[in-house]
Design a protein around this ligand. Sequence first.
Ligand SMILES: [Zn+2]
Length: 592
Amino acid sequence: MPLTLEQLNAATPQEATTLLDGVYEHSPWIAQRALDARPFRSLAHLKHALVRAVATATVDEQLGLIRAHPELAGKAMVAKSLTAESTNEQNKAGLTNCTPEEFARIQQLNADYNARFGFPFILAVRGPRGTGLTKAEIIATFERRVHHHPDFERAEALRNIHRIAEIRLNDKFGASNTLGEMVWDWQEALAVHSDPGYAQQGQLTVTYLTDAHRAAARQIAQTMQEVGFDSVHIDAVGNVVGRYEGLTPDAKTLLTGSHYDTVRNGGKYDGRLGIYVPMACVKALKDQGRRLPFAFEVVGFAEEEGQRYKATFLGSGALIGDFNPAWLDQQDADGITMRAAMAHAGLKPEDIPKIRRDPSKYLGFVEVHIEQGPVLNELDLPLGIVTSINGSVRFVGEVIGMASHAGTTPMDRRRDAACAVAELILFAEQRAARDPDSVATVGMLQVPSGSINVVPGHCKFSLDIRAPQDAQRDAVVADVLAALKDICERRGVRYTLEETMRAAAAPSAPAWQQRWERAVESLGLPIFRMPSGAGHDAMKLHEVMPQAMLFVRGLNSGISHNPLESSTSDDMQLAVQALQHLLDNLALEPQP
Ligand SMILES: [Zn+2]
């Protein structure tokens, strides 16, 4: 019989600790402390309470927890002295069945890792889907993590321990994540389509209107049909549009979706998660034979990343009437115009104006997206509520000083262009850090034809500044530009600066942000609010209707635009449940 939350909530502290035995390896103190948070409202709430117990423990207690774990395929496994839980996990990962070479490699890594960090390598070998990582994935992760900084690796070990505990709790409680697993599997299946050259290397690249892109669109459309959308079509720019109608034909529509194109060698979840999570909700509604008092429209946007052509947010832009016809004459790297690519795909550019939506028929836009950053992962939180998509400004500039001999020019007689930019970079770092949620980055830095024995006469740089509100961003920009002027005057150098991009912030509509907050709270999770540092399709819809986004934790420090991008089926399940709550609560509100 699986354990229930009612049993756990009703048990004495001692009984409850026993009921949670084996979730955290040889560490009953974690369960004991977490019990203070009873009654647990959900399994997610219990998991979070356990995570908090570890997060608030001392470093020595945390290290004790890490050291209570066996080595991977280590002596304890060979001697068959592992706990039942660990034996099951190492078995499932095939670690009990290594070739002699694999076994030797893992032993070497175990030794290197332990020597570097003083604790065993911990990996949730059942992986993000719970079905087990391959031995190759395990060894690759091991090889990557042995190079981490010790502080980071201790936290990463704890995160893996929490993931191990999460899977053990699912087993103990007989919890099923059917919808989250479906979403995970859909994304895995969609990732088989990749552009030529990348597909052969096992990399995921899906750029606008390539064969892989069109195959991906067909696959999304087919899945929409299978789960029970009332209508599915691919529109004039290649967006996949599915509608699940409301109770009445005149009902307004809630719009959601995200993009299915990817960057080069990108991740499987960026964009796609925001298409499949709502599709899982429609499947559940259809299976229950339920209709909402509003229609639900899910759009897989054809293009967001601007990889093949210099046209970002093409898919969502077209929905708000923001498609620039001049884009049609742009050529890709092979000289194929967008017009030709569209004709090849059977799309009619003359129909693009027709897909513009009438905002008066829409309630608003919501978007689920993988965070693409480290914050939720570091805080051990599955979901975050977006307060605003940051406004951004970008510049490219150059400081012009005077090149001179590195040996003969005394320090007080230099006009060093690179030193001026270095001072600017540090100022920008400190200025942005003074604000909550402002960021400033110099990502490109170059001394053109520099030489080891020459004081730099020129230094080129980029500058990217973002903040949740335009006024906040502009204040940072003003201070950084004033600093550049001062630095250059003081150092006797001059500069050029060109603004190359400016995008307005898209603050979440308060009512929609609150709907996400209520949904997350109803799952038993804390409300965590954060800005989006990256741009998203919601920025486009923001121009014509209220919008708010939900972020889902990414693993591996939230890395994105990278094959290491990852998220668990448990977190995807929570995202589906959050959206279901939002839909259900919206259904109870008076309909406009
Ligand atoms: Zn994205």
